[in-house]
Design a protein around this ligand. Structure first.
Ligand SMILES: [Ca+2]
Ligand SMILES: [Ca+2]
Length: 224
């Protein structure tokens, strides 16, 4: 009976904490369809809400073996809780991917090639503040360049990461500037998660923890 008495306030406290802000959204795992997502806004697959954590699993094809080359994949995702988000390709089989983030209209927000240049880590990672809204995320093998129809959206040729170049428009095509003709034909994953809950959500979570601690103390004194 004591265990049941303890469970109710515990469940209530967890429910309150779960309702607080970012914890509202459940983690999402999205697997690229068998047909493959596209690389432009009109053909990008919708991966879901990243607010509770989003992992996208997919594949790129190098064009060998009779397959049509698939050198970059684009997905849409939503953010229903504003905050600071971490986006990375950690765990991918692809040796040297890049990540490109766009807003809901396809305008460039940020790109990253390598998470760290010393020591060399060729996986991609960056953090950015995201407001509530819709976004696009692309993963490519190193050497693919997002273009707006007249030129590169990001300074991929001379930098490792950064925001969109001034005056650039929405994503219109991808260019292969690396000159490589051999590519990986391997799996990747894109991980998107919020780093810090909003202050209001954190306060509510702490309040819930306080309720839980108080309830447990009362139960202990009743049992004593
Ligand atoms: Ca693909
Ligand atoms: Ca890279």
């Amino acid at each position: 009976m004591q265990a049941q008495h303890l469970l109710k306030p515990l469940a209530q406290a967890i429910a309150i904490a779960t309702l607080a802000g970012s914890a509202l959204a459940a983690p999402v795992i999205y697997n690229e369809s068998a047909g493959g997502t596209g690389d432009l806004m009109g053909t990008a697959e919708a991966a879901g809400d990243a607010s509770g954590g989003l992992t996208i699993n997919g594949n790129l094809l190098d064009g060998r073996g009779g397959f049509a080359p698939n050198l970059v994949d684009l997905f849409s995702f939503t953010v229903t809780a504003a905050g600071h988000y971490l986006i990375n390709s950690f765990g991918s089989d692809i040796a040297d991917p890049s990540l490109f983030l766009f807003d809901g209209s396809g305008n460039g927000i940020f790109w990253n090639n390598d998470a760290s240049l010393a020591p060399v880590d060729t996986q991609s990672a960056f953090g950015t503040d995201l407001a509530i809204g819709s976004y696009f995320i692309a993963l490519s093998w190193f050497g693919m360049d997002a273009e707006d129809g007249s030129g590169p959206i990001f300074d991929t040729a001379f930098s490792n990461e950064g925001g969109a170049l001034p005056g650039t428009g929405a994503l219109a095509n991808w260019a292969d500037y690396s000159g490589q003709d051999l590519w990986d034909r391997t799996a990747y994953n894109i991980n998107i998660s919020m780093r810090v809950p909003e202050p209001g959500a954190l306060a509510l979570s702490l309040a819930a923890l306080g309720l839980m601690a108080g309830a447990m103390r009362r139960r202990q004194s009743v049992a004593a």
